[in-house]
Design a protein around this ligand. Sequence first.
Ligand code: WTA
Length: 648
Amino acid sequence: MSGVNITSVLQETRKFPPAKEFSATAHVKSEAEYDELWWKAKDDPTGFWGSMSQNLDWFEPFDTVLEGEMPNTKWFVGGRLNASYNCVDRHLKTWRKNKAAIIWEGEPGDTRVLTYQDLHRETCKFANVLKSLGVQSGDRVTIYMPLVPEIIVAMLACARIGAVHSIIFGGFSADAVAERNNDAQAKVVITADGGWRRGKEVELKHAVDESLEKSHTVQQVVVLRRTGTPITMVPGRDHWWHDLMAEASPECEPASLDSEHPLFILYTSGSTGKPKGVLHTTAGYTLGTMMTSKWVFDLNDTDTYWCTADVGWITGHSYVCYGPLANGATVMMYEGAPNWPHDGRFWEIIEKYKVTIFYTAPTAIRSFIRWGDEWPNKHDLTSLRLLGSVGEPINPEAWMWYHKVIGGERCPIVDTWWQTETGSIMISPLPGATTTKPGSCTRPLPGVVPDIVTKEGESLPDNAGGLLVMRQPWPSMLRTLYNDHERFLKTYFSEIPGCYFAGDGARRDEDGCYWVMGRVDDVLNVSGHRLSTMEVESALVSHPLVAEAAVVGFPHEIKGEGICCFVSLTTGEGDDALKQQLKDHVRKQIGALASPDMIRFSNALPKTRSGKIMRRLLRDIAAGRERVQDTTTLEDYGVLAKLRASEE
Ligand code: WTA
């Protein structure tokens, strides 16, 4: 952790109380109702979660709500259930049987609707396909697919038989897929020939072929035909989705799984080393995502709910798939880019399907602002009743634009703070209850007990910046890092004694509202996606011409944070061609999402006398700030001037 150096400079006084009409029909209707829920959960967590657990369907009741203390907790001990049953089967016994579960639009404009009954049939068939490929309960299955309904089918099919899915976002490279396959020891990979993004094909199967040269645990590959591009099918290893599905029975009993049975692994970046395999389990995660979807998005049966996240990220896991489906909601999915074939595609979709709830990321909102109001203004957005934001702090001006131009000053905005590790939303307004403030994720959800503390773990008073921690366990928290419990303990529970800490700085104001200020470790937040400076550095250093690299974030108008790489070479001077080569090299190693925005060559990097790279200084230089922080420990002052001169 690079020191706690947090002074909040944001002065924001605008307040937006919930509209009476909204509150009247909301699940949580007033501040008083919220307070009652929150205090109940705080004072009697096991009583509270015990009663909430009745929102799930259980095959066997549990004996104990919570066993153990943070960090080693077990929830709903002894209970048995199935996540796919809770997301699909139980709705078939109600009028929701023929309700749309998924309304999907592909980037080229093709559309599909799957009712809950359809989703059940497809899930059962694919669960049988997995069994026929030898997948057993506990086996890991990699999913590397475009945003098509089959990605949900694949997830739920894994959950149905107790296999553990590990989804890798389609923007990651072959090398990144290989690394994750190896770490998870995946047995099967589910992919597609490709997917559509901004009119171009993302060639997923080619990447899988390349990754399998480096990952040897994978025995079978299932390939969905999406784009129709020619690909190579390896006999005995590769199978077409449609061939296997044609043979599969539509009956598959859901496995009766222990509450703590692993549901999925999702890899995320940490400040050091290789990606971390965050592991979530069945009961706590399903309950957490279900309840938060209901509270925060105020889901009703009449809603058409659209979360724009890719299913490859936690937001897609929790709020495209498990949370909304457990509530029996209608989920909108769109495969492609927001600016294809024109900058108004999202608004066109909202108008066409009469979307009522729209959940996206600040980086997208900043792009919309740049593309111009004329795009949303061309469309009727009056179906919208609620807006959401996730992934990074939303700047108040972007919030106000979202409120005015998209929400017509009518829709509450829920700014939701949470993490891959927390599984579900932790701090967020409840739209019928909470007065919102632009830039604040406001108050903790029921069952969430945050605090702002010093490095020593002492609570700070209101309005003092410090570290954001959780003082009590919650059902959807990660249980471990796959195959690395030591790292789990060290990363989240060793910095601040007795608390969960995952790297953000924040303050709490006099109304109890939280203002998250961003990461305090070496994690970048690029377009709402977490990347570690370390991973980008390792990628750079693996290039034969690079001797040393230091990577820092700098403020970026659209992405929130851009990636700036300071590179010293083994020989010679750098030029533009080499810059391009290094950018391509990082893309190949990690994926397009890690592509550097700036590369600056320098024959030395600023170091302390003990040899540590002084990132604070590099951050100032990358941001073009003249003010330079304390340099008393710097070993060679000359380096600074040279770095400043090394502009991109
Ligand atoms: C940041 C995404 C401010 C934060 C769900 C966190 C946010 C990291 C917000 C987790 C928000 C997410 N306001 N910051 N509303 N939401 N963050 O694991 O730094 O991809 O630690 O989970 O994103 O990113 P992750």
